[in-house]
Unconditional design. Structure first.
Length: 186
């Protein structure tokens, strides 16, 4: 359990404490960002177990390289970049050591009830370019708002809004192409 005083500190203060070797501070950073890093890695890997591995490895690297972080207030986007790199490294490793994954990999979110058309929607999301897919996953699956996504990815809020808009349009086009009833898209 994280010390309650850490909950009141700003992220930059917690990062500075972690830099000085305070394990509880790094634990607080882990608790704050682990779930988001798993979803970010999942948007790249489309595999929950590998996403968890990538997120955990990202935290290990972040702990080792925390002294390299120039601005403590940029911890979240810095960590997100490390996590993305770890996810992409897992993909490279997977391609080198195993046959290609199945093309019908879909998102699994046990908290949502699955309707008969959800598989089509999942397949459409899977087909998005990674920069769009990660925003869709963070927004719809992790429940983050535009501001939180912008802070996590280190991009402007209007970029999040624009990418999400383009992602929705691409999903809509894919669903129409695959016979999804047009009146049910809105």
């Amino acid at each position: 359990m994280v010390d309650r005083t850490l909950e009141r500190e700003t992220e930059a203060q917690i990062v500075e404490s972690a830099r000085r070797g305070d394990a509880a501070s790094f634990g607080a950073l882990y608790e704050r960002h682990y779930a988001t890093m798993v979803w970010l890695a999942y948007s790249i890997l489309l595999d929950r177990n590998q996403a968890e591995d990538a997120a955990q490895q990202a935290f290990v690297k972040a702990c080792e390289k925390l002294s390299d972080l120039k601005r403590a207030d940029r911890f979240r986007p810095w960590l997100a970049r490390i996590c993305r790199n770890e996810a992409h490294q897992l993909i490279r490793d997977r391609h080198r050591s195993a046959p290609p994954p199945s093309t019908n990999t879909t998102y699994v979110d046990p908290s949502r009830s699955e309707g008969p058309d959800l598989d089509l929607v999942k397949a459409a999301v899977d087909q998005l370019a990674p920069m769009y897919r990660e925003i869709v996953v963070l927004h719809y699956y992790n429940g983050m708002d535009y501001r939180q996504i912008a802070a996590t990815l280190g991009i402007a809020g209007h970029s999040v809004r624009g990418r999400l808009f383009r992602a929705r349009r691409q999903i809509e086009r894919t669903l129409k192409r695959n016979g999804y009833p047009e009146g049910q898209l809105s």
